[in-house]
Design a protein around this ligand. Structure first.
Ligand SMILES: *[C@@H]1O[C@H](CO)[C@@H](O)[C@H](O)[C@H]1NC(C)=O
Ligand SMILES: *[C@@H]1O[C@H](CO)[C@@H](O)[C@H](O)[C@H]1NC(C)=O
Ligand SMILES: *[C@@H]1O[C@H](CO)[C@@H](O)[C@H](O)[C@H]1NC(C)=O
Ligand SMILES: *[C@@H]1O[C@H](CO)[C@@H](O)[C@H](O)[C@H]1NC(C)=O
Ligand SMILES: *[C@@H]1O[C@H](CO)[C@@H](O)[C@H](O)[C@H]1NC(C)=O
Ligand SMILES: *[C@@H]1O[C@H](CO)[C@@H](O)[C@H](O)[C@H]1NC(C)=O
Ligand SMILES: *[C@@H]1O[C@H](CO)[C@@H](O)[C@H](O)[C@H]1NC(C)=O
Ligand SMILES: *[C@@H]1O[C@H](CO)[C@@H](O)[C@H](O)[C@H]1NC(C)=O
Ligand SMILES: *[C@@H]1O[C@H](CO)[C@@H](O)[C@H](O)[C@H]1NC(C)=O
Ligand SMILES: *[C@@H]1O[C@H](CO)[C@@H](O)[C@H](O)[C@H]1NC(C)=O
Ligand SMILES: *[C@@H]1O[C@H](CO)[C@@H](O)[C@H](O)[C@H]1NC(C)=O
Ligand SMILES: *[C@@H]1O[C@H](CO)[C@@H](O)[C@H](O)[C@H]1NC(C)=O
Length: 852
């Protein structure tokens, strides 16, 4: 199960959600017990019941002939049919499909519609059609089978609402409709059941019906026998009704992954039988939880409250509170709990799983926390401001997941001996000192090691090389020095390697060619040198290769284009590469970020570059991916949303010849920088095709001729620089160009005229246009948040992800390395951003294009 956590998604939070939605039912102990097939009895069933069964069979599909035994007079002998010993009436129909549980495929599934003829099985008390492929609506006639006590219709394709007749099923004890396509509300059904004072419902599982929603009915409180209520992964909203406190038998309450946006009533504290409470995974509860909410929850062992709207729910209990429960599983993500560390946690001695993500704790951990937490197998304190040291000698004997990212922990890197540890995330703290030389022996089964953005010094210990299972190694943004460790031969699982922004020197060791799983290699901003080693061509799975900011030299090898066919990001920026740009780069049909700026490249820009990114973006997504992109005069750090960026930067080389027209085929391009070369000829006439272009720089070349009119149709253009060329004629005007009023973006072209330059064009003396009131927008000075712009979209998408999953998917805008940045967006912004993305932007675009 640990591995599931680690693999499924790009964030452990998302994992938790998935964990609860997908595996949760199993964990919560509500998975269906294997049911046995019918007793074969010797009694003869009535003609009417036999006909009802035959009609039922007739209306379904049975590709694997499971019902082949349904012939002959005595229907009590048919497979799946059970009769009462004394009356010989059919009381049980169990067509649950056990094969479906083992293999996901549905070859053995019964399908088609559920025939209303079941109505004639008037004595039926047990009906199980689960794990098949029945479709269509629930027959209202089932509601007249008043003796029905078990009705199980889970992992089918049943649609429509719960028929009102179901409210008659007062004898129903178990009702499972999990994972169908049921819609509407449950109010009528529950209201009806609550009318019969002797209703016997014990288990109600309607989870995974995305269209089922509305408010939770007040009448739920009357279901006094209900033990398990699972309404997770539906669309319920509003509050939990106050009447919940009357559900005196409740053991499980699961409302995970709904749209709950109201409050949780005090009366929940009366549920003295409650064992498992799962309310998070995308809900945005409001209000304050106090001691009263937990007053009598003596049996509680499991609580999950990972909410989607940051801090909309507050846990406010007295410092000296001693809870009545002893929990094994706690998730309190994105609730407000701090600033003090909750002292009551110290009373929880059975805890195995603790997740307090972004709960506003800015405190030190209490004395003895690390000692008492040694029985935890999962600990996440991600994104708080917790201070203090983490004892590095500690024996965290069974911890397999430790996430302390984005806090203020300091002192030595806490690495300790543990063969259980799989995941260790310490990113962005203030840990210092060296990585222990024997890390390979200390944590032999590690899968993820993330130490990025600390103050770690010393070399990368060669013993890293014996971590055979390691998949992720991220050491970015530290002060590591020395050479790369020599042995990578055994690291066949490693797919993410980021050591950028350190002080590593020397050449790439040739054993790196054995990194056969490698998809992401970032070694930028170090002091590496040598020619680009040809053994990298063996790493054919590479999607992102960043060697920028080093001292590599020689030519750009043709094999990059020929062998690394899945490459979608390539940065060789700021090295010493020379000679021509090889045509073979154009073979990289997924490439959407190509940064060769500030090298010594010569020759022309290959005509074929227009072929790039034919296949669109790669789908590689990892919560650690992070890339710096230079545009609008500074570095922007993109996290998680890199796939949205399309950039071509060849600036600062010795490129000559004309700009190929084919460049205007790169329709998704956001950033195009060809400045500081020796390019001649005209700006391609169709430059206006690049509708997504936001930053466009051709400055310091020898381009001549007019500026194409089509430039004015670039709606998102917010950074333009055409200075120091030989361009001539009238500067086009209108639309977005109207906002770029800084004359310096055209300076150094003596033959240009018209606004925003003061030089008037011939015959233009009576220009009716008023001079724009010069806000100097050419070099935009906000935080890259131009409406509808790339950064705007990116922050928006990131914000949306933050809001929804609590992932740290964030655009980090920064002015230079190691400077302050912001992260996170509050919920209102998220909502507005999504609204704008979905509704407003297309509208504005439409209006803009129609106006043209
Ligand atoms: C019905 O028969 C089965 C098997 O013969 C037996 O186990 C069960 O107790 C019987 N039930 C009743 C109510 O007689
Ligand atoms: C129930 O049985 C009666 C008598 O055999 C038959 O007329 C009727 O159509 C059946 N009802 C359904 C819904 O099949
Ligand atoms: C319903 O169940 C009760 C008790 O189990 C029984 O007495 C009654 O006959 C059943 N009714 C029908 C229609 O089978
Ligand atoms: C469910 O039924 C709908 C039509 O009602 C159909 O389009 C869909 O493919 C079905 N889903 C599955 C998994 O069979
Ligand atoms: C519950 O009460 C209804 C009438 O209100 C009756 O028909 C039904 O048989 C009762 N069920 C039980 C289990 O007593
Ligand atoms: C709880 O049940 C009692 C009677 O059993 C009733 O008087 C009371 O109104 C109910 N409370 C709520 C909040 O439903
Ligand atoms: C909760 O959501 C519903 C449906 O989206 C909305 O109508 C209602 O106003 C919301 N309530 C609160 C308190 O936000
Ligand atoms: C809590 O439980 C105790 C004993 O079961 C009971 O006396 C008390 O009234 C309950 N309190 C609440 C608020 O339900
Ligand atoms: C924690 O445990 C270590 C060794 O197991 C011990 O030296 C230390 O005193 C303990 N600290 C506290 C606060 O109990
Ligand atoms: C680098 O690490 C320091 C220390 O944690 C952090 O403050 C800074 O934001 C990091 N810079 C980047 C670009 O991640
Ligand atoms: C980087 O490493 C070199 C030796 O390789 C050393 O001289 C230099 O001081 C280091 N720089 C920093 C900032 O640590
Ligand atoms: C490239 O990506 C595709 C699609 O993700 C994948 O099927 C293929 O195996 C990859 N090629 C290599 C060499 O990894």
């Amino acid at each position: 199960m640990g591995r599931t956590h680690i693999y499924i998604s790009n964030s452990h939070l998302l994992c938790q959600v998935l964990f609860l939605c997908v595996l949760g039912p199993a964990f919560l102990g509500v998975i269906k017990p294997t049911s046995c097939t019918s007793n074969l009895l010797t009694f003869r069933c009535s003609q009417m019941e036999k006909n009802a069964l035959l009609n039922f069979k007739e209306s379904l599909t049975d590709p694997s002939n499971r019902l082949s035994s349904w012939v002959g007079e005595d229907c009590c002998k048919w497979i799946g049919v059970g009769c009462d010993n004394t009356t010989s009436h059919v009381v049980k129909l169990d067509l649950y499909n056990p094969l479906r549980r083992e293999t996901y495929n549905c070859k053995s599934c019964l399908g088609g519609k559920i025939s209303p003829s079941l109505l004639n099985l008037t004595h039926l008390s047990y009906l199980d059609l689960s794990l098949n492929n029945f479709e269509g609506q629930l027959p209202a006639s089932l509601g007249h089978l008043t003796n029905l006590s078990t009705l199980v219709l889970s992992v089918n394709n049943i649609t429509g609402e719960i028929p009102s007749s179901f409210a008659n099923l007062c004898n129903l004890q178990t009702f499972r409709l999990m994972a169908n396509g049921i819609s509407g509300e449950i109010t009528q059904f529950v209201d009806g059941l609550s009318q019969c004072s002797n209703n016997s419902l014990e288990l109600l599982d309607l989870s995974g019906n995305k269209l089922l929603g509305g408010n939770l009915p007040y009448s739920l409180g009357a279901l006094k026998n209900l033990k398990n209520l699972d309404l997770s992964s539906c669309s319920f909203w509003g509050s939990i009704p106050d009447s919940i406190g009357n559900m005196s038998s409740l053991q499980l309450l699961a409302l995970t992954a709904n749209k709950m946006n109201g409050s949780i009533p005090n009366s929940m504290g009366k549920l003295s039988t409650l064992e498992k409470l799962a309310l998070g995974g995308g809900n945005s509860w409001e209000g304050v939880l106090t001691e009263a909410h937990f007053q009598n929850l003596t049996q509680l062992t499991f609580i999950e409250l990972g909410i989607s709207t940051r801090w909309s729910l507050v846990l406010n209990v007295k410092h000296e509170w001693v809870p009545p429960f002893s929990l094994t599983y706690i998730v309190f993500n994105r609730m407000k709990i701090g600033p003090k560390f909750p002292a009551w946690l110290q009373t929880q001695n059975e805890l195995k799983y603790l997740s307090l993500v972004d709960v506003g704790i800015s405190d030190t951990l209490p004395q003895g926390f690390w000692n008492s937490s040694s029985s935890l197998s999962y600990l996440s304190l991600y994104q708080n401001q917790i201070r203090g040291q983490v004892p590095y000698y500690q024996s965290y004997s069974i911890t397999y997941y430790l996430d302390l990212r984005f806090n203020n922990f300091e002192g030595q890197v806490p690495l300790f001996h543990s063969k259980f540890m799989k995941v260790l995330y310490l990113e962005e703290n203030m840990f210092s000192g060296a990585v222990p030389e024997n890390i390979g022996e200390l944590l032999p089964n590690l899968l993820h090691l993330v130490l990025s953005s600390n103050f770690i010094t010393g070399r990368i210990p060669p013993s890293i090389g014996i971590l055979k299972s390691l998949e992720i190694l991220a050491l970015r943004n530290n002060s590591l020095s020395g050479e790369l460790p020599p042995h990578w031969d055994d690291m066949q699982s490693l797919y993410f390697l980021d050591i950028s922004d350190n002080n590593i020197s020397g050449k790439l060791p040739s054993s790196m060619q054995f990194l056969s799983s490698l998809q992401w290699l970032s070694l930028g901003q170090n002091h590496l040198e040598g020619e680009l080693p040809s053994f990298l061509r063996e790493c054919t799975k590479l999607i992102s290769l960043d060697l920028g900011g080093n001292k590599f030299f020689g030519n750009i090898p043709v094999w990059i284009g020929e062998s690394l066919s899945n490459l979608s990001r390539l940065s060789l920026r700021s090295n010493l590469f020379d000679e021509v740009i090889p045509q073979q780069l154009c073979l990289l049909s997924s490439l959407h970020i190509l940064d060769l700026a500030h090298n010594d490249l010569s020759g022309g820009i290959p005509q074929c570059l227009g072929n790039l990114s034919k296949n669109g973006e790669s789908k590689f997504a990892n919560f650690l991916e992070q890339i710096a992109i230079f545009y609008k005069g500074r570095d922007y750090l993109f996290r998680n949303t890199i796939y949205l960026v399309h950039s071509l930067d060849l600036s600062g080389n010795n490129l000559s010849g004309e700009i190929p027209d084919s460049i205007t085929d790169l329709l998704k391009l956001n950033i195009l920088n060809l400045s500081m070369n020796h390019l001649i000829g005209k700006i391609p006439k169709n430059i206006g095709n690049l509708k997504s272009l936001e930053s466009f720089d051709l400055s310091k070349n020898q381009l001549f001729g007019p500026i194409p009119e089509s430039l004015s149709s670039l709606t998102f253009l917010s950074h333009l620089n055409l200075s120091f060329n030989n361009l001539s004629g009238k500067i086009p005007f209108g639309n977005q160009l109207q906002t770029l009023t800084d004359p310096s973006i055209y300076q150094g072209n003596p033959l240009l005229c018209g606004l925003p330059l003061s030089k008037k064009c011939l015959g233009d003396e009576t220009d009716p246009r008023t001079t724009p009131n010069g806000s100097g927008n050419g070099e935009d000075n906000n935080d890259g948040m131009e409406f509808g712009s790339l950064s705007f979209y990116i922050s928006m998408v990131a914000g949306y992800i933050v809001g929804f999953w609590g992932v740290c998917g964030t655009l980090i805008v920064k002015t230079s390395w190691r400077q302050a940045y912001f992260r996170g967006f509050d919920n209102l912004k998220d909502r507005i951003a999504v609204f704008i993305m979905v509704k407003v932007v297309p509208l504005i675009r439409k209006i803009k294009f129609e106006r043209n």
